[in-house]
Design a binder for this molecule. Structure first.
Ligand code: ZN
Length: 245
């Protein structure tokens, strides 16, 4: 399984870059996790969107889903041009209900609520509810060799849900906040970089990929805080970064 980073910024991107968007490819399946600001543009550098199997949105904050609107128009165009007729499978949280109903009503997507594990060709995805300011999920992707990518979504530091990452081959996790701003992290229900490192160490992740960075922070500080708690292999997400899992 291969992970390609499309965007790593939140809640708005740095110039010319994108909010969260992560492309997962196995031998047979291609899945997009998250579709935040500018992700649809960047996606097209790395993948023909007409050939995606599935899009998954962890929660309905704009930095994670807002480019679905652009995606919808592009799918409409492909239908008009006779390039793709079937709707694209889209998994989203069932809450908030008005958001779910909006996307469910579109013709361009075949929308399902996130619930039980799903299998798409040779990849299995399962979902763990996390504590955030709106209903959201951690996503576990497993290929046929049993290799596991665990993606945090946006979450508070709650050990019950974070346990799902135990033994992850790659933990792709938000490192949104510096320790000096940890009071804000609790209020906004995000992880600090230090907590992300602690989590990776606690769950014995083989590799940690930090993401979901506030554009105003110095990323060297984010990295140093995570490294102070985790001694394994650690990289910072950036557009175009590919990670073998
Ligand atoms: Zn976010």
């Amino acid at each position: 399984m291969e992970l390609t980073i499309l965007g790593c910024w939140a809640p708005y991107p740095r110039v010319g870059e994108a909010c969260p968007g992560y492309l997962i490819r196995t031998e047979k399946a291609t899945v997009l996790l998250e579709c935040g600001h500018s992700v649809f543009s960047v996606l097209q550098k790395y993948q023909d969107f007409k050939h995606l199997d599935l899009v998954v949105i962890s929660h309905f904050h704009p930095d994670h889903y807002v480019d679905l609107y652009a995606f919808r128009h592009a799918l409409r165009a492909t239908k008009m041009l006779g390039q793709r007729s079937e709707p694209l499978r889209l998994l989203v949280p069932a809450q908030p209900v008005d958001m779910f109903n909006y996307w469910y009503s579109t013709e361009e997507f075949r929308v399902e609520p996130i619930a039980c594990p799903v299998e798409v060709r040779d990849i299995k995805l399962s979902f763990v509810p996390v504590l955030h300011t709106m209903p959201g999920y951690m996503i576990v992707a497993e290929d046929q060799r049993g290799h596991r990518l665990v993606y945090s979504g946006d979450t508070d530091y709650i050990e019950e849900s974070l346990g799902a990452a135990a033994g992850a081959d790659v933990l792709l996790a938000e490192a949104s906040i510096l320790d000096r701003d940890r009071e804000y992290a609790r209020k906004a229900k995000h992880l600090t970089a230090k907590e992300t490192g602690r989590w990776a160490n606690w769950c014995r992740a083989k590799k940690l990929v930090l993401t979901h960075f506030w554009p105003e922070y110095d990323l060297k500080e984010i990295e140093a805080e995570a490294r102070s708690e985790y001694s394994g292999e650690l990289v910072l997400a950036r557009e175009g970064l590919k990670v073998e899992i």
